[in-house]
Design a protein around this ligand. Structure first.
Ligand SMILES: Cc1cc2nc3c(=O)[nH]c(=O)nc-3n(C[C@H](O)[C@H](O)[C@H](O)COP(=O)(O)OP(=O)(O)OC[C@H]3O[C@@H](n4cnc5c(N)ncnc54)[C@H](O)[C@@H]3O)c2cc1C
Length: 325
């Protein structure tokens, strides 16, 4: 008999979990409330870890596995679909190069450059006159919001049902064979109150320039700048441990715009200022496990800064958990 699966949450984690499971013989229903501060709607869409050497080995592995699976998914979209979600390959230029970063890339199989090269060969419009930086090659970038809209259409075509409903307890869904909790930073309120999970607020800015100013992803002091094909640049993001505080602050806006002006130019139109809550755990690795009290319930939350990048790899772990034994 076909198994029924309830997915709680329609951020990237929930959508990709549903998409991956709908390819098998499952009847999938997504339950989601329209919560403010959903991380996925604020996400930049960089499909690579920013500072991998600051993460645990298992998180880096999940990210790299996620990168391979995500790249395969993107490669199989047609050109029109790729354009719709602003899919591009870019280099990541790390301006704050240091020994830790160099050690990490030298030991890894990741394609990078660190010789003393002229930055203007890579990034003609940047105001930066030093030659110590690292270039990580060929990173996929997407417009996450547009990808989510596209996935919703595809999921509906695959007969996945969407129900707008806030779930307070997993017992509300006990008629399903499996319940996958993908409610991001809010997952704790539905599951185990003792589990480690808290929100880390991120503020991000969008500006439009008249022409292409930024070719690569420029990363410096934790702030990245990335320009999409429509000349909209994304500048992010703050990292704030302030609970579920939705306030957009002038301080954050200034910090991000100053960085753009310092490295690029002052001629832009300010477009948007977004806030999202990254679902974060103490050990900085997501909970992708069966619930101790009820193995029908599977957790898939806590992906912190890399929930878009790791979404396909996490969905694969969920599939394996459903099918173990
Ligand atoms: C500014 C910013 C930039 C980022 N950039 C990147 C990036 O470039 N690359 C990357 O990989 N990651 C990035 N991240 C991290 C990434 O956005 C998150 O890790 C990821 O979006 C988490 O996805 P999620 O689906 O688990 O949670 P969310 O996107 O927060 O979604 C949670 C879902 O659960 C639903 N929900 C909550 N409570 C309930 C309930 N009780 N009942 C029903 N539904 C409920 C919500 O409505 C929502 O649909 C960024 C994050 C921020 C904030």
């Amino acid at each position: 008999m076909t198994k029924t699966i309830a997915v709680i949450g329609s951020g990237m984690t929930g959508l990709v979990t549903a998409l991956s499971l709908s390819k098998y013989e499952y009847e999938v229903t997504i339950f989601s409330s329209n919560i403010k501060g959903e991380a996925s709607k604020a996400a930049a869409g960089i499909l690579f870890p920013l500072y991998p050497w600051k993460n645990s080995e298992n998180m880096v592995q999940l990210c790299l596995q996620g990168k391979v699976l995500f790249d395969n998914y993107l490669k199989n979209l047609n050109k029109k679909e790729q354009e719709k979600i602003s899919y591009q390959k870019k280099n990541l230029i790390l301006l704050d190069e240091n020994n830790e970063a160099l050690n990490f890339y030298q030991k890894s199989k990741i394609n990078f450059l660190s010789q003393k090269i002229d930055i203007n060969n890579f990034e003609p419009c940047i105001n930066y006159n030093q030659n110590d930086f690292i270039v990580v090659k060929d990173i996929s970038c997407i417009d996450t919001s547009n990808l989510m809209k596209y996935m919703e259409v595809e999921l509906k075509k695959a007969n996945v049902q969407f129900i707008k409903k806030k779930i307070n307890k997993t017992s509300e869904l006990k008629k399903f064979d499996h319940i996958i909790v993908c409610a991001g930073a809010w997952s704790k309120s539905i599951t185990n109150k003792n589990i480690s999970l808290y929100p880390i607020k991120g503020q991000i800015i969008k500006v439009r320039s008249e022409s292409q100013k930024v070719r690569n992803i420029i990363l410096e002091n934790g702030i990245y700048i990335m320009q999409r094909p429509d000349n909209i640049s994304i500048i992010g993001a703050t990292v704030e441990n302030v609970g579920f505080d939705l306030k957009k602050t002038e301080e954050a806006k200034k910090l991000l715009l100053d960085q753009y002006e310092r490295r690029f130019d002052k001629n832009y139109t300010f477009l948007d200022h977004l806030v999202g809550f990254r679902p974060t755990t103490i050990d900085n690795y997501p909970h992708i496990i069966k619930c101790n009290d009820n193995p029908k319930i599977i957790y898939n939350f806590g992906h912190n800064r890399y929930g878009v990048l790791t979404s396909f790899a996490s969905a694969q772990i969920v599939y394996n958990l459903i099918n173990e034994n």
